[in-house]
Each structure stands twice: as C-alpha cells, then as structure tokens.
Design a protein around this ligand. Sequence first.
Ligand code: ATP
Ligand code: MG
Length: 411
Amino acid sequence: MAPEPPLLTMSGITKSFPGVRALDGVDLDVQAGEVHCLLGQNGAGKSTLIKVLAGAHQPDDGTIGWRGDHVTLRSPIAAMRLGIATIYQELDLVEGLSVAENVHLGHEPTAAGFVVRGKAAKESTAALLRRLGHSEIDPARLVGELSAAQQQIVSMARALSHDVRLIVMDEPSAALDPDEVDNLFRIVGDLTADGVAVVYISHRLEEIRRIGDRVTVLKDGRAVAGGLPAKSTPTREVVALMTGRNVEYVFPDRPVTRPPGEPILQVQGLARAGEFESLDLDLRPGEIVGLAGLVGSGRSEILETIYGARKASQGQVIVDGRVLRPGSVRAAVRAGLGLAPEERKAQALLMLESVTRNVSVSSMSRFSRAGWIDRGAERAAARSATRELSLRPDNPSVPIRTLSGGNQQKA
Ligand SMILES: Nc1ncnc2c1ncn2[C@@H]1O[C@H](COP(=O)(O)OP(=O)(O)OP(=O)(O)O)[C@@H](O)[C@H]1O
Ligand SMILES: [Mg+2]
C-alpha cells in the first residue's frame, strides 16, 4: 500500500517584504496527528511561514499541498475551511466583543440555515471552554477584561470551534505559567490522539522535547533542517542550527551571594486594596529578583504599582534613597525605572510609530530642547540602544509593526 500523503506539504515558500526576504524557499511537511515544532531565532521567519499557511500572507513563490491536493490559500477563511486554525503570536481577538462573539466571529452557529445568536453561541462557547479546562471564563464577558492567559484560551476555543485538522500555535506558552502550560499540553495531547496535527512554535527547548515529534529549524528565512526527531536531537546541534555557530549552550555562573552595596530600590509595606498586601523588597545594583506566583496572584499589579502605573494605597517605593511620588509613572521614569510589561502590544508599543519613536517615547524630555524635539539625538539614542540588543533589522526608522515578535519585545 502506498504511504498516506502528508497532511501538509509546503514547498519552496518564498516571501519578501520591502527590504527583507523573510522566507527563502522554505519546505515544511506535516503528518496527521504529529506535533511539528518550528524553531529559529527572532526574525528567522517562523511567524511569516505560519501566516502563509493561515492564508494571511500570499507567498511570492512556492506551493502548498493539502492531503495530496495542490491548494491556494487566498484568505484566512479559505484556510479555515480546509481545517487549518491559527493561534497567532499577537492574539487577534476583538477586545470590545464578548468571549462568545469572538469565538464565533465570522461563523455564527446556524440552525435550519438561520444564524442563531445569543444563547446557542454562549452554550457552545461554554462547552468549548469546559473542554479546555476553563469553565470559569464567562462567555458573556468582554474579552478586553480577561487576563492574557485567559485570552489565549479564548483564542484556542475559537480554533476548536471549527472542524480542525491542523492547529498552528505561535508561541502559545509565552504568557502562561507552568500550570497553564501543563493544561495546554494536555489539550495538545487530546488533539493529536484524535489525529489533529499541531504546528508548535516556542523558544523553550524543554517544551519541544516534551510534546514535539519533529522539528524544523529556520534561520534567516531558510529551513536549515527539516523534520529532525524532537526528542533525540541534541540541544547542541539544535542551537548550532539556529545560530549558525558552534556554541556551548551554557549560561555563565552567577554568584548566589547577594551583591554588596546599598539597595538601589526599596519597597516598604506596599499595598493596594483588594490586590496585594504589604510587600517588602529590596534590590541592590547587579541583582536579579524573581517574583513567582500563579496567574491572578498579583505579580503584574505589584510591578505596575512600583512603576507608578497604579497608585499604592499604602507603603512606599524608594529609589536611590528618595521616596517616589505614588501613582506617578513620570516620577518613576525620572528616577530611572523602566517597565517591560506583560502585553507589549496593548501596554508598551505604539504600533504605527517607528522603532526609534517607540524606544525614545518614555524619555522624550531627554531629546526636547525649548519645546522642539532634537531628532538627531533621538535617532542616535535609539540606534545605540537597538544595537546593544542586536535588534533586527538594524534600522530603527522602520515601523515597529513590521518587526518580528521577539524584536518588538527587544524594542
Ligand atoms: N509585515 C511586515 N513588513 C515588513 N517586514 C516584515 C513583516 N513581517 C515580518 N517582517 C520581517 O520578516 C522577518 C521575519 O519575521 P517573523 O515575524 O516571521 O520572525 P519570527 O521567526 O516569527 O521571529 P520571533 O521569534 O521574533 O517571533 C523579520 O525580519 C521581520 O522584520
Ligand atoms: Mg514570531
């Protein structure tokens, strides 16, 4: 008997954007029921490849085979009709609509040819959320009121509301804590047991070992390895493929003793009614402190309060011996605090602006002279900051929305 054709065969996929060849002749084949991982450094082309697969980008060249037939994915709806669902790195939910409306957006449930709204949509959404282990999410809630992890689940419910054969997940674990990741992997296990294939993108090699069957590695828009065994390929080899260098993948030892010196940051008895109580913390120069807790335990609220984005109801934050004015981001920034928040798109970035403006915006006063912006100084500062982080492309005048997810995070 002839072997079954792969579920998906992408061949020679090429895609350019102005000034960048994001994909250069990439091949990817995926079998029914497997978890196929895509690996690669920031900007390697992973999200672009899956956007081609989702019908969101049209390739400049290359072909796509689906269950043995040649197909053209002209739109996301075309991909969805074939049974390809995508959970994007930047979730594309509509915050002003309810959970149920988001889940059924574009394909409301019908009965006898009529769209049934309201009750039926809520009931089928509730059933999907139960299946995902999240019956606490109310289908009537507005998506904008949910946490990042819950929004991820809603996005998953939307994927499962179709008859799917392939689910693409672009860094689904980035906003999840370990319990949530376990839950996600249980769902992936259920799906693959039913013969559904999963294309899984993550930067965490231990996740790929846990759930992956095969791995395709992208580097600079090319597939440098296709379909390696996910569990047995040595880490050294995977990292060498991703980076193109022979590196010993070790982190430098850090001394576990506390660095000497006076604390640079002191948090004393900080509290916000109903969110968290009496937090004390001090941090010395050169020190890294981890803040652990479950989703909803108040980690983000604590950081946002230290940063002044939320006003403390009690306690104080002291930087370099000076008490910060509570609830003032401006005071925090002046004192030299920076915050990389949980949801970069909603909380940190001006998506329509350049990388330069995004980098400089929180310290604009440094580039203002008598009410004018010194654009030369602004550009120079952005360029040196982005070089230090090897941000790609090495051109901070481009709009930030054109950067890969990881490079947006660096910005
Ligand atoms: N809409 C766009 N316009 C211009 N350039 C783009 C666009 N989308 C992606 N690119 C570029 O294509 C390249 C590949 O980006 P892609 O988002 O596919 O990377 P990635 O592998 O998903 O990275 P990450 O791990 O950071 O998410 C990058 O150089 C990026 O700047
Ligand atoms: Mg990406």
